[in-house]
Design a protein around this ligand. Sequence first.
Ligand SMILES: Cc1cc2nc3c(=O)[nH]c(=O)nc-3n(C[C@H](O)[C@H](O)[C@H](O)COP(=O)(O)O)c2cc1C
Length: 215
Amino acid sequence: MPLSLAQMRRNYTLDGLPDETAPQDPLSLFRQWMQQARETEQAPVEANSMCLATVDAQGRPHCRVLLLKGFSDAGFTFFGHYQSAKGQDLAANPHAAMTFFWPALERQVRIEGQVARLDPRLSDAYFDSRSMASRLGAWASPQSQPLADRAQLEALLAQTAGRFADQLPPRPEHWGGYCLVPERLEFWQGRADRLHDRLDYRLHQGGWTHGRLAP
Ligand SMILES: Cc1cc2nc3c(=O)[nH]c(=O)nc-3n(C[C@H](O)[C@H](O)[C@H](O)COP(=O)(O)O)c2cc1C
């Protein structure tokens, strides 16, 4: 007999986040955790999948899963349709948050900051690295717009494929990258008996400070 949702719980015992080993720079810890997640998370979990939360012009939050496509001191990069719901949210309010959940490692990372569009040349370079099918999809799909039925989407795709029958589709202006510039990162490591570790990094006068939060 399966447990009820209320009875489902695991004790987390894999690792800890001691104060002594907390680095000054949260990016180095993120890099280490992402690398470990890539090595440890089993397919079909994609270590670079995360939940992105945005807030619309009415102050209502919306979140959805996206793939992180890169990160550096400059920020955390993802791609999508600029006129999509998330694109409209970000145009109205650049503040956003992303959450990674790596269950095999009993870890969560939360990142908050402001989002700007990526330099068009970087969006071009990423678009050009995508498969033909993905490129056509970016042209054909009016992301977040209502469709009458599946056939409408397939007709849009067929139309687009005809248009680009003898040329590689360039990046459409309505599609490209975003970069979230972090102001805050929180690293969560599950611990036994719900006494989890939480390291909280905040950007302060151009440098990172960190502290510990109660679980
Ligand atoms: C595993 C996974 C990865 C996804 N990756 C992306 C992505 O990188 N970019 C994107 O625009 N949508 C991606 N999506 C789809 C989004 O979750 C979402 O449906 C889409 O971006 C439209 O969201 P919006 O209407 O809030 O703008 C992904 C969904 C899943 C489940």
